[in-house]
Write a protein that binds this ligand. Structure first.
Ligand code: PIN
Length: 497
């Protein structure tokens, strides 16, 4: 997953872009980049690392201009090399820069077609570079980047792309463009700051970026919609292709910040509801439970654990302390780093465990490596029984829409019953949220009826183009990259055009 931002202002945007990327840092800690446009000149700084480490004063001073876009990355398709950090740029037409969150599922076909039909070379393993070139080709014949020309190109692009994409682009002599895929799988919002010089607009992955920087939320970018803010500061919108809202359920489970609102759903409320539904499930399936205390696995699971404890009339106690200076383990590049880092990251306070039957609550179980160690820590602290509850259902399918979910064989629940997973991770009892309850929890926090993208739980891919063959290719690319260093599904260029 990645975080993106774009700003159209009347003064320098580098500082606001930097601050917005810092607020979106949870969406990716692998690389960061900013590109600005100043009087016809594009300026770029991108590198691997955290936002605070990538941008030094000398870089910030170079990033001049009243318009700019930014990106924080965790790699999905593509490698984690510095060259593949975003924004990407093409010279023609007009100069276009792009920041993308999501993953295209027809990238291999598009790459092959691009070379053969459009004679466009793609230099990286990234599907984002393909997206940029599809759009650049579509805008190719326009005399100038007028709203009509840009929306035509956006429409053509959306008809060509498959998969998940939330994007911001900056077009030389034109303005700032945002597009969200027809299912709205990844989040994208925009807002305004009213200043004496006129409106300043921000487009961002999450509302938290608008809030923190003092922008007023206008709307989510609708699925299949494009938003274009020209250099005169005028905002244009167009529904380019029909859309049907299906935000990714995992954004609510874990990816997004709790203080964001996605498609009318406050993430924090969704997480509280997950706890309440999980409590109801436990009480109905295990009425004579002997849980003494609920202990959250920090941080994401705290909201769910709190609501669960309240609904079950049980005490909730903090039992783990997290070192806040260590990154999230889920989005570190290698499994080796991940396994080593758990104990450095979390320490248990034995007095909360000793002699008690504890219910540990986490947001999800993916590989099962972290929770296995956490359960062992609880036992080492003298817990009598260690029960484990996941606020999300079992993850049994790979993600193809921009979350770096492991290949099936690395998912602990793949091919296992709940009892087998419990045995594997070493708990006395395992309780998963049911998928119906997860959907209900998110729906109950929503302002209107909502459908969700839930493929990691049920293997149903909303875009309708994800075949078993595609998943096999994706997985063999990931296996290969584990063995030989980064490669990508796009590189398996035996695509059928
Ligand atoms: C971690 C949130 N959350 C914890 C991410 C662990 C899966 N993992 C997904 C659980 S935090 S495992 O709150 O952001 O720090 O299944 O791989 O063991």
């Amino acid at each position: 997953m990645c975080g993106i931002v774009g700003i159209m202002s009347h003064e320098g945007v580098a500082q606001d872009l930097f601050d917005a990327l810092t607020v979106l840092q949870h969406r990716g800690q692998d690389a960061a980049g900013i590109m600005t446009l100043d009087d016809g000149h594009f300026h770029l700084r991108k590198a691997n690392g955290l936002v605070r480490d990538v941008f030094l004063l000398r870089h910030m001073e170079r990033l001049k201009g009243h318009c700019g876009i930014g990106h924080v990355r965790y790699p999905t398709a593509g490698s984690s090399s510095e060259e593949e950090a975003q924004p990407f740029f093409v010279n023609a037409p007009f100069g276009i820069a792009l920041a993308h969150n999501g993953n295209l599922t027809n990238a291999a076909e598009l790459k092959a077609a691009m070379l053969q039909q459009d004679r466009r070379h793609i230099n990286t393993h990234s599907d984002s570079e393909i997206l940029l070139n599809v759009f650049a080709h579509a805008l190719g014949d326009a005399k100038s980047p007028t709203p009509a020309a840009v929306f035509d190109a956006a429409t053509q692009t959306m008809k060509t792309l498959k998969g998940a994409y939330a994007t911001v682009m900056m077009i030389g002599g034109g303005g700032l463009l945002a597009m969200r895929d027809p299912f709205g799988i990844r989040p994208l919002v925009y807002g305004v700051k009213k200043t004496p010089k006129g409106n300043v607009y921000m487009i961002a992955s999450e509302t938290v970026a608008l809030d923190t920087l003092g922008y007023e939320f206008i709307s989510d970018v609708a699925p299949g919609e494009a938003i274009y803010i020209d250099f005169k500061g005028e905002l244009h919108r167009q529904q380019c292709v029909p859309g049907s809202k299906h935000p990714c359920a995992f954004e609510f489970v874990y990816l997004a910040r709790p203080d964001s609102i996605i498609d009318g759903v406050p993430v924090h409320w969704a997480r509280l509801n997950m706890g309440t539904y999980l409590a109801k499930h436990i009480m109905s399936t295990w009425p004579d439970h002997d849980i003494d205390v609920v202990i959250p696995v920090p941080d994401t699971a705290r909201s769910a654990a709190q609501a669960l404890a309240t609904a079950m009339n049980l005490p909730m106690r903090e039992g783990f302390v997290k070192n806040r200076y260590i990154g999230r383990t889920f989005i570190m590049p290698s499994q080796a780093t991940r396994s080593k880092s758990v104990r450095k990251k979390l320490n248990a306070m034995s007095m909360e465990f000793k002699g008690k039957n504890v219910l540990l609550v986490d947001d999800s179980i993916v590989r099962g490596t972290t929770c296995k160690q956490i359960i062992q820590m609880a036992r080492d602290c003298g817990a009598k029984k260690v029960y484990f509850a996941s606020a999300a259902p079992a993850v049994r399918h790979p993600n193809v829409y921009g979350i770096d979910m492991p290949v099936r064989t690395d998912l602990v629940a793949y091919g296992k019953t709940d009892e087998e997973v419990a045995k594997h991770i070493g708990c006395d009892k395992l309780i998963y949220q049911t998928l119906d309850n997860l959907k209900a929890a998110i729906q109950h926090a929503a302002s209107e009826p909502l459908k969700l993208e839930t493929s990691v739980f049920d293997g149903t891919y909303v875009t309708g183009d994800v075949t078993a063959e595609y998943i096999d290719k994706l997985e063999s690319a990931r296996h290969q990259s584990k063995k030989n260093g980064p490669t990508s599904v796009i590189d398996l260029s035996n695509a059928v055009i």
